[in-house]
Write a protein that binds this ligand. Structure first.
Ligand code: PMP
Length: 426
């Protein structure tokens, strides 16, 4: 049936005009909407439609004030990045559409993913003999993908377990090979990193696995063990300290990280792998977990998390603009020192269980001497617009995650609040 051109035309309004009209479809408007906000456009509909009044009351305008979010992940993102994404959300550059609507095989998205990769390579100085993959399934999927790709069922592999995430990685690996814990900090409640000489590595192991930063326990490797296996392969889960400081990638066989702490929204998992380790996956390896297939297809074997990759790209750009990871590390050290000093100066009112030399720059767990005050601390902090300070359910207490995007002002505010809380409750 031929469709006659309709007299009805649908006005797609800019966010601000839609909000002013009290439209239900309006999304929150920021006062910082860029000057280049798109103009209203008018589309002629081909089919005649009846206009239906939306019976729902208009949505209240959302407050635009941002609070300090100390969550462990998903976590705070740089404001500059959020505003840039906002300015490009509706129409990306000359494409006439949002990044969310683009073909993942088109030239626009190709340029986005390629720029994200080259900026990440510049940030971490990734050598050319390493592949960079943008995958899905979170770091948890890598707990399986690593052994599936790097060893066969009869192969042994070594795990240093310094916290819950390393333990989960080890348990998953047991399904696919002969995984062994060569050191565990469990008896000391995961507050330490071993002296590397104390770790009895198996020379026949296919790799040595570490979790570079334990997000729940706040324990961070400050340098890395030399793998004593024949291949010399060290594998690291860097989910919660990825891009927080420079790393010598050439020391690792594989580095993997979920994006949602330091470099983007959840949904993107980054894998950096030495190319000669690709291509030996076990036969049962699902196609999505096979590094060879992902590398051969430039992470586009299936539809990737396009918008998340775009966001990661904006974060990488921002980190480069800040002067790269050396500068970022300086800022992170300053924030962490401020917070740890506050514990040490509190005369035991606040306590951090982690051994001082391996305290994380990213995730800072702490408790109160008077543990009965912890709920009050979290409640009062939230009133002061500092949220997500509750410790992980498995360990309790408090935890402040102070990733790259947490401004110094957030940590200063927390420290001032801690001093005031102590003065009132000591
Ligand atoms: N490893 C570490 C160190 C983590 O912090 C997390 C998540 N908090 C994971 C692995 C699991 O990541 P995902 O939720 O992306 O699977």
């Amino acid at each position: 049936m031929a469709t006659a051109a309709s007299p009805h035309s649908l006005m797609l309004k800019t966010p601000s005009t839609a909000a002013a009209a009290g439209s239900r479809t309006a999304f929150p408007v920021t006062t910082r909407l860029p000057a280049t906000a798109p103009k209203p456009i008018s589309i002629k509909c081909a089919a005649a439609t009846t206009q239906v009044q939306d019976p729902r009351p208009p949505a209240p305008a959302a407050a635009q004030e941002r609070i300090f979010n100390f969550a462990a992940g998903p976590a705070v993102l740089p404001e500059k990045v959020l505003l840039k994404a906002q300015s490009e959300l509706y129409v990306w550059r000359e494409s006439g559409m949002s990044v969310m609507e683009m073909s993942h095989r088109g030239k626009d998205f190709t340029s986005i993913i390629q720029k994200a990769e080259s900026d990440l390579r510049a940030l971490l100085e990734i050598p050319p003999e390493y592949a960079v993959l943008f995958l899905q399934g979170g770091a948890t999927t890598q707990f399986a993908a690593v052994p599936l790709n790097l060893c066969h069922p009869d192969d042994s592999v070594d795990y240093i377990v310094t916290g819950s995430w390393g333990d989960k990685a080890f348990k998953e690996a047991q399904k696919y090979c002969k995984a062994k814990v060569v050191w565990s900090g469990k008896a000391e409640k995961y507050t330490k990193i071993p002296s590397f000489d104390d770790v009895q590595q198996d020379p026949d192991a296919k790799f040595l696995h570490i979790c570079a930063n334990e997000t729940i326990h706040g324990v961070e490797f400050k340098d890395y063990p030399v793998p004593k296996n024949k291949g010399g392969i060290l594998v690291a889960d860097m989910s919660s300290n990825f891009c927080s400081k420079p790393v010598d990638v050439s020391k690792f066989g594989v580095i993997y990280a979920g994006a949602q702490k330091n470099v983007g929204p959840s949904g993107v998992t980054i894998v950096i792998i030495r190319k000669d380790l690709i291509g030996n996956a076990q036969g049962i390896t699902p196609v999505m977990l096979d590094y060879k297939i992902q590398a051969e297809n430039a992470s586009l074997y299936n539809t990737p998390p396009c918008y998340g990759i775009y966001m990661c790209g904006l974060v990488f750009e921002d980190l480069l603009e800040q002067g790269g990871l050396k500068e970022v590390e300086k800022k992170n050290k300053k924030k962490a020192e401020l917070l740890y000093r506050a514990f040490d100066e509190s005369k035991g009112f606040y306590r951090c269980p982690v051994e001082p030399s391996v305290r994380s720059l990213m995730n800072v767990p702490f408790t109160l001497e008077k543990s009965e005050l912890e709920a009050e601390f979290i409640k009062e902090a939230a009133k002061e617009k500092m949220v997500q300070l509750k410790g992980h359910r498995s360990v309790g207490g408090m935890r402040a995650s102070i990733y790259n995007a947490m401004p110094l002002a957030g940590v200063e505010k927390l420290v001032a609040f801690m001093r005031d809380f102590q003065a009132r409750h000591a």
